[in-house]
Design a binder for this molecule. Sequence first.
Ligand code: PLP
Length: 439
Amino acid sequence: MSNPHLQTELPGPNARALIARDAEVISPSYPRDYPFVMSHGRGTEVWDVDGNRFLDFAAGIAVCSTGHAHPQVVAAVTDAASKFLHISSDYWHEQMVGLGERLARIAPMGEPAMSFLCQSGTEAVEAAIKLARYVTGRSRFIGFLGGFHGRTMGSLSFTSSKYTQQKGFNATMPGVTHVPYPNRYRPLFAGNDQGAAVLDYIRMLFERSVPPSDVAAILVEPIQGEGGYVVPPDGFLAGLRALCDQHGILLIFDEVQSGIGRTGRMFASQHWGVSPDIMTLAKGMGSGLPIGAMVAKKRLMSQWKRGAHGNTYGGNPITCAAANATIDLVEGGMVGNAATVGAHFTSALHDLARDFPCIGDVRGKGLMIGMELIETDGSPARALCDAVITRAFHNGLLLLSCGTSTVRFMPPLDVKREEVDEAMALLRTSLQEAMVLSG
Ligand code: PLP
C-alpha cells in the first residue's frame, strides 16, 4: 500500500460488516459508490472504522465547511443543547435572532435583508419560489440547464442536472423554462461571449414565447455546482440583473453550495459585485448541522403575511448555534484561507494538467474547484472520472464527481497548504492508475 496512513485493504473487516447491515435496512436510492465507513474526523482528516486515515476533499458535499468537529462549533452546539433542544418558531431565542442579524449584516443585497430559516437547501429554494410568486403575483420562472436546486417538487422543477435519476417522476411544477448556462469550455453558441449569447437567448424567449410580465424570477447558481463547477463569464450575472430590472423580475441566487466562504468570498456573487433580490443558503452554513436560509430584501420579505410560509424546525437553537459559530469562523479567517489556499490548489491542478492530457479544464474559485476530464486514447471521460475517484479512495483521498466527467474539490475552508500538497500527490498517483485501468 503506497499510503502509510492506510492499515487495511479497503473496505476493511469492520467496514464490510457495517455495509452488510446497512444493505438490509437503508434505502438503496443513496448513491454510495465508495465503501468508506466513518469512525471520526478532525479538520480535513477522517478515519474509518478500521483505523485507516483519509484526506477529505469532499467534505460532506461542501457541508463540513469548518472541517470535521471544529472545537468552536462543537462548543457552541454543546452549549445550546445543554439549554434546550427545541422551541417552535412561534417563540423567540437569542441563537435565532443572532443568526438573523449575522445574515442581514453579510447579505449582499446592498439594502436591508431578512431571513427565513429552514433545514436544507431544497427548502430554502422552495421558500424562495413561494416568496417570488407571492410578491410579484406572477407564476413563471427561468431556470438553467445543468442547474441543481434540490429534490422536492418545486426545487426539482428547476433541477436539470442528474436528470436521469429524476425522470421517473414525470412533469413537476409547470411554468419553468430552462435556458443554457454559459459554459466557456463547452460553448453551445457561436462566438466568444457565451454570457452575452445566453442573455440574447433569454431576450428572444421574452419576445417570442415567455412574456416577461409573467415571469416572477430568474433562479441561477452564481457558480454552477452539481452541473460541473461552471464559472460564468464576467458580465453574465450583471446582464441577468439588468434584464430583471428592466422587466420587474426578481433575481434569485442559489448559493447553497457556493455561499458562506466556499469561493474565497462570503458569497460567490461578490466576485462580480452583483446583488440578488433573494438568496438561498444551506450546506456549509451549519458545518454539518441541517440548516438552510432564504435571505431576501426586507422590502420583499416584509410583504409575507403571518403564516404565508412556515415550518416546525426553522430556527432550531442547535442548528442556529452551529450556523452562528460557522459564520464567525468563516469571517474570522477561513474565507481568506479559502482564497489563498484555493489559488495554490488551482495552480497545482493547472501544473498537473500539463502532464495529463486527459485533464481538459480546471476551473473554479476559492475552494470550489472542478477538474473536467476528457476522452483520450479512447477511454470514455466518465469512466475515467469514476476510476480516478475510486483509485483516490483506495489511496486515502475522498473525492466526488459532479455525476459527470468532472472531479470536484471542496475541502474544508481551513484546509492547510500541506494537506493540498499531500492530496495532489495522491491525485497524481490515482490518475496514473486510473489511466492504466481504463485505457
Ligand atoms: N441548491 C444547490 C445549488 C445545491 O447544490 C443543492 C444540493 O446539492 C441544493 C440546492 C439542495 O440542497 P439540499 O440537498 O440541502 O436539499
